[in-house]
Design a protein around this ligand. Structure first.
Ligand SMILES: Cc1cc2nc3c(=O)[nH]c(=O)nc-3n(C[C@H](O)[C@H](O)[C@H](O)COP(=O)(O)O)c2cc1C
Length: 156
């Protein structure tokens, strides 16, 4: 999702995990877009990632990357600035499918960031149940992410 959004924002947009892009480096961005999966109606915690990491995966499946800094800690470490920002999450559909974006927006605002658009939630279809580690995007969500990225580029 992040790559689709970044591509639509335009050339020169960097995309990476909380490991690859430090809060200090992100602080120099002219537009900061952050995203995370919804876990237990909010952002992932050490505990929720432990449960993802411990889940057995099938042959040929890419193991979940659970060793990166938590997004909640990463945003909290951003240098204070009123630079433009936006947030997104990935979630399953339905009533439990929210909470990531609102938590991210709260954290971004606490670091002074100016939210330039309503946060976006992109829906994944879990193959058996929500605790499955690997998920499939619902049809059309990648296109929606691209459209949102293009919109952010016009708003910044
Ligand atoms: C421990 C755990 C808790 C989850 N809790 C929720 C939840 O409360 N609401 C929701 O919409 N999705 C929930 N999900 C589904 C994830 O949001 C979904 O798998 C994720 O967005 C897909 O991204 P990923 O493949 O990068 O993990 C949960 C998944 C896990 C593993």
């Amino acid at each position: 999702m992040a790559r689709a959004i970044a591509e639509s924002i335009g050339p020169g947009t960097r995309v990476g995990s909380t490991q690859e892009i430090t809060p200090d480096v992100a602080a120099s961005a002219t537009l900061l877009v952050v995203g995370a999966p919804v876990h237990a109606m909010t952002l992932p915690t050490v505990r929720s990632l432990d449960s993802v990491g411990a889940h057995p995966i099938g042959p040929g499946e890419v193991p979940a990357e659970v060793g990166h800094p938590l997004m909640r800690d990463w945003v909290a470490e951003l240098p204070y600035s009123d630079a433009p920002a936006a947030a997104f999450d990935t979630r399953i559909s339905g009533l439990v499918g929210r909470g990531g974006v609102s938590a991210l927006e709260r954290l971004l605002k606490a670091r002074g960031r100016r939210l330039i658009d309503r946060g976006a939630g992109f829906v994944v279809i879990n193959r058996r149940e929500i605790h499955q580690t690997a998920s499939l995007l619902r049809e059309g969500e990648l296109a929606r992410a691209s459209a949102w990225g293009a919109r952010l580029a016009t708003l910044r």
